[in-house]
Design a protein around this ligand. Structure first.
Ligand code: FES
Ligand code: FES
Length: 170
């Protein structure tokens, strides 16, 4: 592994929502900050910056990760997905997850939503039959300050069924 100077930036290259992306980052910079401030992916929210709240969750090579606990240089060569990558890049149509959240009023203030969507996206990719217990277990890694978890669970269940059925409409 190359040794990086704390005062020099390093060029970091990764795929972001299907696009080759390059950023310049000091070795200590967080992935959440680089995504938000350098790349413009502001859908990734920052709450606690301690790995607790889950708002900053992104997918790194398909696996949910706290962007606030990941150094940007660790993303070198990785495939990143953020909430901006969920909607159809062509016509902007919402993903089944996003549509279900809107339909079931699961957005509330929306601050925690991006991270929750990314974790659920990974859950359903790994287990299309994930039951309510698995959904609640996934949500346990996310703090929602609006505390309305019931509509979030309802939306997740609806999204799961919609994804399995192959439909995207709300
Ligand atoms: S901002 Fe990363 S877990 Fe809270
Ligand atoms: S919807 Fe407001 S913090 Fe979760």
């Amino acid at each position: 592994m190359p040794r990086l100077s704390a005062t020099e930036t390093a060029r970091v290259q990764f795929r972001l929502n299907g696009r080759d992306t390059t950023a310049e980052a000091h070795p200590r910079m967080l992935l959440s900050d680089v995504l938000r401030h350098d790349v413009g992916a502001t859908g990734t929210h920052v709450g606690c910056e301690h790995g607790v709240c889950g708002a900053c969750t992104v997918l790194i090579d398909g696996v949910p990760a706290r962007a606030c606990l990941t150094l940007a240089v660790q993303a070198e060569g990785c495939d990143l997905r953020t909430v901006e990558g969920l909607a159809d890049a062509g016509d902007g149509a919402l993903s089944p997850l996003q549509a279900a959240f809107r339909e079931h009023f699961a957005l509330q203030c929306g601050f925690c939503t991006a991270g929750i969507l990314m974790s659920l996206d990974a859950l359903f990719a790994a287990d299309p039959d994930a039951d309510e217990a698995a959904i609640r277990d996934t949500l346990s890694g996310h703090l929602c300050r609006c505390t309305g978890y019931t509509p979030i669970v309802r939306a997740a269940l609806a999204a799961r069924d919609r994804i399995k059925g192959g439909t995207t409409d709300a």
